[in-house]
Design a protein around this ligand. Structure first.
Ligand code: SF4
Length: 68
């Protein structure tokens, strides 16, 4: 059965930020629910590369999320 959600979503900080109401839902709607293969976070997870929690799916850093 095909997945409709990224396998990292339950533990991804983007999920946490979404629930906190500090992340635009468009990020998770697009990446986490259909296009995770385009997500830089997903890619780095797969390769075991460190990346900060406040790095958005497109690879940009959102300093407003830092430490949240
Ligand atoms: S931000 Fe990327 S790694 Fe995290 S759940 Fe969404 S698609 Fe997966």
């Amino acid at each position: 059965m095909p997945r409709d959600e990224c396998k990292w979503f339950p533990t991804c900080p983007m999920n946490r930020y979404l629930r906190m109401g500090i992340l635009d839902r468009r990020w998770t709607d697009y990446y986490c629910h259909g296009h995770w293969l385009e997500c830089v976070r997903y890619d780095m997870e797969e390769r075991g590369e460190d990346h900060p929690d406040w790095m958005l799916p497109d690879g940009s850093l959102d300093e407003n999320l830092r430490g949240k």
